[in-house]
Write a protein that binds this ligand. Structure first.
Ligand code: C2E
Ligand code: MG
Ligand code: MG
Length: 559
C-alpha cells in the first residue's frame, strides 16, 4: 500500500492552476530566444487559449512569422530574455485591430520570457477622455494652457528645436461686453472667435485658449520667426471683422504679444513670460501687435507697471480729485468747479491724468474710475456747491458711453445727490465724441434726460466742422487751450466758436486762460466763462474754499 494522497493533492493543485491559466481572459504566452544573439530567433514556446485567439500560433512557430512586428519589439523582448529588466507598455495596439492592450514581459530561466497581453480598451478610452478634458478648454474645445505648456516643452526640449514663435492674444473690449451683456454673450463671442481662429489660422502648430479672453498661437515651422508677424496681422484682421450674435454686432480689437524661440527664450516658461510682456506693451499702446524686445525703454516699463497697479489704486484710496474753479467772464464770479483726477502713486508721486486715463481705458477700468471721480466729487464738494451756488463738471471718457450701466448708475447717483437741476455737467472731449458719435447720441440724450448737462471738451482739436456741433445733444462747448493761448495773435477760431455756439444756444467756455490780456479779449468776444491758472491751479477740496474767497475778494480789481 502506497499513500498517493500527496501526489493526488499535487496533481489536483496543478490541474486547478492549469484551469486558471487556460481560462483566464488574458493572453499568456512563453517565448524562447533560441539564438541569444539573434532577436529574429524568438519562438513561441507555449500559449493559453486567450493568446491563441489573439494570434494563431503553435509551439515552435517563429514570432516573426506569427505577427508583423517592428524590429524594436524583437530587440526589447530579446533583452528581457537575456535577463534584462521586466518590460511594461500600458497602451499598445496590435496590427489590424482598434483594441488597446497592456503588454508585460518578464524573464524566465534559459532565455525564455513570459508575456501577458491584456485588453484595456475601455480603460484606455476613459483615460483618453480624462486626458482630453485635462488638456482642453471646456467652453471652446481648444487646447488649454496645460496643453500649450506640454507642447512647448516637447518642441523646445528636442535636440534640434528649430525656430518657433509664441503669440499671446488678449481681446481688448471683451470685459466690457461681458460686463454689460452678461456671460452668455461673452461665452458666445469667445466661441465665435475660437472658431474663427481655428478655421482661418490653419498651419499653426497649436491654437489655445489660456483662460478668460486670452488666447495663444504657437508656430513651429522653420519660417516661424518671419511668419509670426504675418500671423499676428491676420489675427488682428480676424478680430476686426464684425461678430454678429443675435441682434448684436460686436467689433473687437486685440493686443498681440510675440516672443521668439530661441531668439528671446530657450525654455517654455521664459517664452511665455516674454510673450506676455510683449502683449502688455501692445495693450499699453492701445492694441495691435508688439514683438518682445529686451530694450523697451523705461517709459514703456513704467506704463506697464502703472497698468498693473491701476485697478487696485482706484479701490485703495490712491486716487484723488482736485478742483479748478471756473469763473464768469465780465465779473469773475466763481460759477463752478471742474473735478480733475490725480493718482498719488507710491513710487512716482502725484501723477497727472495724461499718464493713466488712456491706460484705464485700454485695461477696462475706466468705468470704475469715472464712478470714483463722480462720487468722490459729489461727496467732497456738495456743501461748497450748495453754499456758493456752483456747478460741478466731471470729465467723462467716451468709452464709458457704451456701457449701458452708466445711465442707470448715473440716475441713482444724480437723484441721491439732488444734482438733477443742471448743476452737474459731464465733459467729453471732441475727439472722443467724433469717433462714433452715432452710437453715443442715444446715451448722451439719456444722460441729459436725467437733468445733467453735457459739454464738448477741448473743442477744436478734433477738426470737426463747426456744424457738427448742431447734431450733438449738448449744452456747452469748451474751447481748447491751444486756441485760447493763441488768442492775442489770432482770434479767428475762438470768435467763430463763440458766435456759432451762441447761435446754437450753447454756453461757451474757454480753458487755459493764463493772463489778463487773454481774459480781456475773451470777454470782448462774448465768451461766457473761463478757467485757467490766472484764477487758480486745480487744488484739493481742502483748499477750494480759500481759493474761492480769494477770488471773490480780488473780483473788483479784475472785473
Ligand atoms: P481737461 O478736461 O481739458 O482739463 C483741463 C486741463 O488743463 C487740466 O489738466 C488742468 O490742470 C489744465 N489747466 C487748467 N488751467 C490751465 C492753464 O491756465 N494753463 C494750462 N497750461 N493748463 C491748464 P489735467 O488736470 O492734467 O487734466 C488733463 C486732462 O485729463 C483733462 O483735460 C481731462 O481731459 C482728463 N481728465 C482729468 N480728470 C479726468 C477724469 O476724472 N476722467 C477722465 N475721463 N478724464 C479726466
Ligand atoms: Mg475737462
Ligand atoms: Mg479741456
Amino acid at each position: 500500500m502506497v499513500d498517493e494522497s500527496a501526489r493526488w493533492r499535487a496533481e489536483a493543485g496543478l490541474r486547478r492552476y492549469m484551469d486558471f491559466i487556460e481560462g483566464i481572459p488574458v493572453a499568456l504566452g512563453v517565448l524562447h530566444l533560441v539564438d541569444v544573439h539573434d532577436p529574429r530567433s524568438l519562438e513561441v514556446a507555449t500559449s493559453n487559449p486567450a493568446a491563441r485567439s489573439l494570434l494563431s500560433a503553435n509551439p515552435g512557430d517563429r514570432l516573426l512569422d506569427v505577427i508583423e512586428l517592428d524590429r524594436h519589439w524583437l530587440e526589447e523582448f530579446s533583452e528581457v530574455a537575456r535577463g534584462g529588466a521586466p518590460m511594461e507598455r500600458p497602451f499598445v495596439n496590435l496590427p489590424d485591430s482598434d483594441a488597446v492592450y497592456t503588454l508585460r514581459a518578464v524573464t524566465l530561466p534559459e532565455h525564455h520570457i513570459g508575456v501577458t497581453i491584456e485588453d484595456v480598451t475601455k480603460r484606455a478610452s476613459v483615460a483618453a477622455s480624462f486626458r482630453h478634458q485635462a488638456l482642453h478648454d471646456e467652453l471652446t474645445g481648444l487646447p488649454n494652457r496645460a496643453h500649450l505648456r506640454e507642447r512647448l516643452t516637447q518642441v523646445m526640449a528636442c535636440d534640434d528645436p528649430g525656430a518657433s514663435a509664441l503669440l499671446l492674444v488678449d481681446l481688448n473690449q471683451f470685459k466690457e461686453i461681458n460686463d454689460t451683456l452678461g456671460h452668455h454673450y461673452g461665452d458666445r463671442l469667445l466661441r465665435a472667435f475660437s472658431h474663427r481662429l481655428s478655421t482661418n489660422l490653419r498651419g499653426c502648430d497649436l491654437i489655445a485658449r489660456l483662460g478668460g479672453d486670452e488666447f495663444a498661437v504657437l508656430i513651429t515651422d522653420d519660417a516661424a520667426e518671419t511668419g509670426a508677424i504675418e500671423v499676428a496681422e491676420r489675427l488682428l484682421a480676424l478680430c476686426g471683422q464684425r461678430f454678429e450674435i443675435d441682434e448684436f454686432r460686436f467689433q473687437i480689437g486685440a493686443s498681440v504679444g510675440i516672443a521668439l524661440a530661441p531668439t528671446h527664450a530657450t525654455s517654455p516658461e521664459s517664452l511665455l513670460r516674454k510673450a506676455d510682456a510683449a502683449m502688455y506693451w501692445a495693450k499699453a499702446r492701445g492694441g495691435g501687435w508688439s514683438l518682445y524686445s529686451a530694450t523697451h525703454d523705461d517709459h514703456d516699463v513704467r506704463r506697464l507697471e502703472l497698468m498693473g497697479d491701476l485697478r487696485d489704486a482706484i479701490s485703495d484710496g490712491s486716487m484723488e480729485v482736485h478742483y479748478q474753479t471756473r469763473v464768469r467772464l465780465g465779473d469773475n464770479r466763481p460759477v463752478g468747479l471742474e473735478a480733475l483726477v490725480r493718482w498719488r502713486h507710491p513710487r512716482y508721486g502725484l501723477l497727472p491724468p495724461e499718464d493713466f486715463i488712456e491706460l484705464a481705458e485700454v485695461s477696462g477700468c475706466i468705468r470704475e474710475l469715472t464712478e470714483f471721480v463722480t462720487t468722490t466729487a459729489i461727496a467732497e464738494a456738495s456743501s461748497v456747491l450748495e453754499r456758493d451756488g456752483l456747478g460741478l463738471s466731471v470729465n467723462l471718457s467716451a468709452r464709458t458711453l457704451h456701457d449701458p450701466r452708466l445711465v442707470d448708475w448715473l440716475r441713482t447717483t444724480v437723484v441721491e445727490s439732488d444734482l438733477d437741476d443742471g448743476r452737474l455737467c459731464f465733459e467729453i472731449t471732441e475727439t472722443d465724441l467724433m469717433e462714433d458719435s452715432a452710437r453715443s447720441i442715444n446715451t448722451l440724450e439719456a444722460i441729459r434726460a436725467l437733468g445733467v448737462r453735457l459739454s464738448v471738451d477741448d473743442f477744436g482739436t478734433g477738426y470737426s466742422s463747426l456744424s457738427y456741433l448742431r447734431r450733438l445733444p449738448v449744452d456747452e462747448v469748451k474751447i481748447d487751450r491751444s486756441f485760447v493761448s493763441d488768442l492775442t495773435d489770432d482770434d479767428t477760431i475762438v470768435r467763430a466758436v463763440v458766435d456759432l455756439g451762441h447761435n446754437l444756444g450753447l454756453h461757451v467756455v474757454a480753458e487755459g486762460v493764463e493772463n489778463a490780456a487773454i481774459e480781456e479779449r475773451l470777454a470782448q468776444l462774448g465768451c461766457d466763462s473761463a478757467q485757467g491758472f490766472l484764477w487758480g491751479q486745480p487744488v484739493p477740496i481742502s483748499e477750494v474754499t480759500d481759493q474761492l474767497t480769494r477770488l471773490r475778494s480780488t473780483r473788483p480789481a479784475m472785473g
